[in-house]
Design a protein around this ligand. Sequence first.
Ligand SMILES: *Cc1c(COP(=O)(O)O)cnc(C)c1O
Length: 392
Amino acid sequence: MTHSFFTHLECSRPCGAPILNPRERHHLCRCGAPLLARYDLDAARIWSRHSLKDRAPNMWRYRELMPVFDGEVPVTLGEGLTPLVHATRLGAKLGLERLYVKDESLNPTNSFKARGQSAAITRARALGVTTVSVPSAGNAGNAMAAYAACAGLAAKVFLPRDVKTPFVRECVLYGADVTLVDGFITDAARAAAEAGASLGWYDVSTLKEPYRIEGKKTMAYELAEQMEWEWPDWIVYPTGGGTGMVGMWKAFDEIERLGWVAPGRRPRMVSVQAEGCAPIVRAFENGAESATPWENPATVADGLRVPRAIGDFLILRAVRESGGTAIAVPDAAMVEGMLELGGLEGISAAPEGGAALAAIRKLVSDGVIRSRDRVVLFNTGGALKYLDALPS
Ligand SMILES: *Cc1c(COP(=O)(O)O)cnc(C)c1O
């Protein structure tokens, strides 16, 4: 069996705390920052990218740099290795020759949250956990419920009371307990922590749990593989809690260290948020290192209704170090984007995917993205759970 080079957990800040043993349960660093999984990257250089051609078409094809130990079996539903579609008709409309859509709607439970939960539940099971809990805007809860079912773990999902009905029903479908909480995802997080503290539930909240990032980072491995070991010029990514941005930024480093892509010119990362909830955009524009919480967040894109992200400083660092930008778009433009991805490419896009398209349109018209640039739009989820957002 393939060997992983996974070694330890380390503070993302870093604050000087000692490294941690991943065979024990850990959430945040003692300083409050997220923990990151680390690998023996020097030893991992014996891993050749040519070995990938014989591997199963899911994200565990990158097992050498995934958080598993020898003898452990991943909890998988076939997540990852989603299509990278060359969107020629949509590209022509925008004046882009090389527009690609990474279509994450084709993951189990209809969003890229499957990747994070596959990794998190794999570790949770290995750690002997029996009950997992998560606060969610919808998709993370659905994915956790499915992977917990597959692993035989009890699942507790905490959702804002005004969540769209399909997200609630899908949790029930996978046998999870659902609690509806007044307020936003931050309130759901508080309720989950209070309910689970004395019962020993294992919390898989975004970035409070170290392994969802490891699942999400595989999007960058796939991009490198699917683009034949060259980075695109731009990655345009709808950002809520930021696991995807932080995970991909971490993966660029790992992939360069493996020697799979030449170091130097990484993609520019564009963080896309909603005008009704844009804490990262505001912090980016103010030159701040971290974001202040957004009051009264409101947007049709549930995954972007995250008023405060615990990894804010990591998201901002990725955007800045990559030479990228952060941009907020109105809800109406997201819905228009859904209809364009659907009508011109046959792609089922969540409002978050529509938001990425709206951001690209703005950056093209501002002359920031140019017609020959290679642009990857992340369609992070499918449209079906958001049909109410569409005109009837
Ligand atoms: C959760 C979610 C996002 C935001 O993802 P992060 O990586 O946590 O920033 C974007 N789109 C959809 C569809 C989501 O479910």
